[in-house]
Ligand binder design. Structure first.
Ligand code: PMM
Length: 287
């Protein structure tokens, strides 16, 4: 299935005929999976370049942890963490997306060379981000979100998770378009693990077609998340975070075959293989 890319993506990526791979680069001391690993600037930059070499089409730079229970940081701290890293990655030829809920950070990141804005709040945290992104002319990822990390678990209540998430994402897309973002530049993301338990996540993956029917490219971020740990638990003991990459690769292959535009992952190499397989399988043809 040819990937349908959002408008405004750099040309060489828009020509890629498969699901894209987005490598995760959290420049934070406290993200759930890789928090603290890449806080040193040079290490973070080297890891971003390494992910691009391993096959990441984009590297997603984030300065604020979104894990359940996470405390917010100041705008200045977020800027100080991400801008120098983005500048260095862009100088090295890496396509960067900025993972932020803040308008000021989105603008500074794109000025530093970022090519995509990835907003886990879908514009709900700071609605001004929508107008800002409209002015920047880059693709905008709106993730399904129902509040900050400290309230995440209380918000995991749905009548029908697929119907509710699709309705809420459609509303986020309408807000983005009303603020001036071209509808063809809006990407939607089910926000796995954000105000969702394992059953909610599986229901959303099972019905990715319902999300795709909203008419926007879809991004899936399952990498190393808790629901994969519980799926593979032994005697009630969840699979360790660093041993969830093969399960992540399986999700990447299935999401790609189902028509996802992009998958956001920590282990780039395995997922790149997975999306290549999915592309050949779906086309019935090798490269
Ligand atoms: N998940 C995390 C952070 N940012 N962005 C998008 N678009 N989708 C996601 O699922 C998503 C995200 C949390 O995971 P991390 O701590 O591994 O970055």
């Amino acid at each position: 299935m040819p990937a349908r890319h959002p408008l405004g993506l750099p040309e060489h990526l828009a020509a890629v005929d498969r699901c894209l791979v987005m490598g995760v680069l959290n420049v934070t001391p406290d993200s759930f999976s890789d928090g603290g690993l890449w806080t040193d600037r040079e290490t973070a930059i080297a890891h971003g370049i390494a992910m691009a070499e391993q096959g990441a089409d984009l590297v997603d730079v984030g300065g604020e942890s979104t894990r359940p229970g996470a405390q917010r940081i100041s705008t200045q701290t977020e800027l100080d963490r991400v801008v120098p890293v983005i500048e260095a990655l862009v100088a090295a030829g890496v396509v960067v997306s900025i993972d932020t809920m803040r308008a000021a950070v989105a603008v500074a990141a794109v000025e530093a060379g970022a090519a995509v804005v990835n907003d886990v709040s879908g514009g709900l945290s700071e609605p001004a981000i929508l107008g800002a992104v409209a002015g920047l002319g880059v693709p905008y990822v709106a993730m399904h979100w129902r509040g900050y990390g400290d309230r995440m678990h209380d918000n995991a209540v749905y009548d029908d998770v697929v119907v509710d998430v699709c309705a809420e994402l459609a509303s986020r897309a309408r807000d983005a378009v009303a603020a001036g973002i071209d509808p063809r530049s809006v990407v939607l993301d089910p926000g796995l693990g954000f105000a969702k338990n394992a059953d909610h996540n599986w229901a959303l993956l099972h019905r990715l077609d319902a999300l795709l029917d909203l008419g926007h490219p879809v991004l899936v971020g399952a990498s190393r998340k808790r629901f994969l740990g519980s799926l593979l638990a032994v005697d009630g003991e969840p699979r360790a975070i660093e041993q969830r990459d093969k399960a992540t690769d399986a999700v990447s292959a299935l999401a790609a075959a189902a028509g996802a535009w992009c998958v956001r992952v920590h282990d780039v190499r395995g997922t790149r293989d997975a999306v290549e397989v999915a592309a050949a399988w779906t086309k019935g043809d090798g490269p």
